[in-house]
Design a protein around this ligand. Structure first.
Ligand code: HEC
Length: 130
């Protein structure tokens, strides 16, 4: 199955760049649902009503990543670093995904996250970081 997916991916990436962007987003959604949804919630909306309040365990819950919290204040490189290293080392709760996901999977997950942001935030972000 994995091999089939990879060859499909190669085929698709030969198409126009717009189509391959959509492919990345679809793959990113799968990666997100398999690895991130448990904490960050459906469509990265978060699981709690106020992510700025510590939970009963004394730790901050996972923030939404859909443009309503502060993920968009961080560069793509910083977001990728969080995905790679997680937050446990810094007293947080997020596990490191450095070895659990391939570079393409991480990038696809990021592309999916970007696709959830309101367009005015995305436009500002692209101006700042692209
Ligand atoms: C066990 C719960 C958990 C899982 C699973 C998890 N996260 Fe997180 N994530 C968190 C928490 C909690 C934070 C806040 C930092 C901390 O406490 O570690 C966070 C922070 C982040 C941030 C930084 C947000 C910001 O505002 O800068 C990004 C980006 C992120 N996660 C992406 C992901 C992605 C992508 C996945 C799946 C590959 C994922 N997370 C899986 C709990 C989780």
């Amino acid at each position: 199955m994995r091999l089939l997916c990879i060859s499909l991916l190669l085929l698709l990436s030969a198409c126009s760049s717009d189509e391959s962007d959509n492919t990345d987003i679809a793959i990113g959604k799968d990666v997100f649902e398999a690895n991130c949804v448990v904490c960050h919630g459906q469509e990265a909306r978060g699981l709690v009503s106020n992510w700025k309040v510590k939970g009963a365990d004394g730790k901050y819950p996972a923030p939404p990543l859909n443009g309503t919290a502060h993920a968009w204040h961080h560069s793509p490189a910083q977001l990728l670093k969080t995905i790679n290293e997680g937050g446990i080392k810094m007293g947080g709760q997020m596990p490191a995904f450095e070895k659990a996901l391939t570079g393409d999977e991480k990038q696809a997950a990021l592309d999916y996250i970007f696709s959830l942001w309101p367009s005015e935030i995305k436009t500002k972000y692209d101006k700042r970081y692209k």
